[in-house]
Design a protein around this ligand. Sequence first.
Ligand SMILES: [Ca+2]
Ligand SMILES: [Ca+2]
Ligand SMILES: [Ca+2]
Length: 261
Amino acid sequence: MRMQTTAMSITLAALTAGAFGADRDIQITSVALDTAVIQLSNLGTGTIGLNGWRFCTHSTTERFRYSSSSGLNGVSIDPSNSLFIYLNNDAPAIANHLNASSLGGTFASFDLMAYAISFYSPGSNGIVSFGDPTDMADHVQFSLNGINDLNADERTDEAVTAGLWTAIDEWVPIQLVSTSIDLNDETGGILHGPSDYDVPPLECAADIAPPFGGVLNLQDVFAYLALFNAQNPTADLAEPFGTLNLQDVFAYLALFNQGCP
Ligand SMILES: [Ca+2]
Ligand SMILES: [Ca+2]
Ligand SMILES: [Ca+2]
């Protein structure tokens, strides 16, 4: 009986606290890798105010970097609209584009080797408890070639418990030629993992040897094969990531054939 009472009170607490319902309509729908911009989108049907909402970010070398508790006060996102956070503090002076520095607190330095972003809404007590999965609204993590990183994963266990991320060791695999990670499952619920993101390459990504400026010739192919033969991780362009094989060569040749604009 006592067990049941405890279970009941946990259930009630879970229902009344944290980022349930509409708060999880706010999703991290893209991260621009070349410009370090996080896009938050309201995928629901009602305007959501972000008073007290906070980021927690990690890189390969930094952990538990928090934006301040008041940094998003007064900011809201309308349905089907987005808010853009510029980690390099080079936001254009237009609505819904904010510099990370304006949020106060700190962000982990943007790191293409591995980076994890968690976004939190205040619980019923009005404040964010970062260790409480029910306060987490969304989470995303990416790393070079999807390699597991044991520093940047500090909040992933909460994200998995929250039903927001598939597994602690799963990372959206990016390459040095990637421009962004883009959520491709915007109506498919809140549980996301690497397969829910598109990772488009830079235009003209095959242009890796002189002459540059969009000139693709055999020198570029030879430069790629040199990286490949040297087992350079930047040559790892295709699954299985962490392994260099013919699929990577084909992926390079596909970029080559795609050409330059
Ligand atoms: Ca998500
Ligand atoms: Ca070239
Ligand atoms: Ca590979």
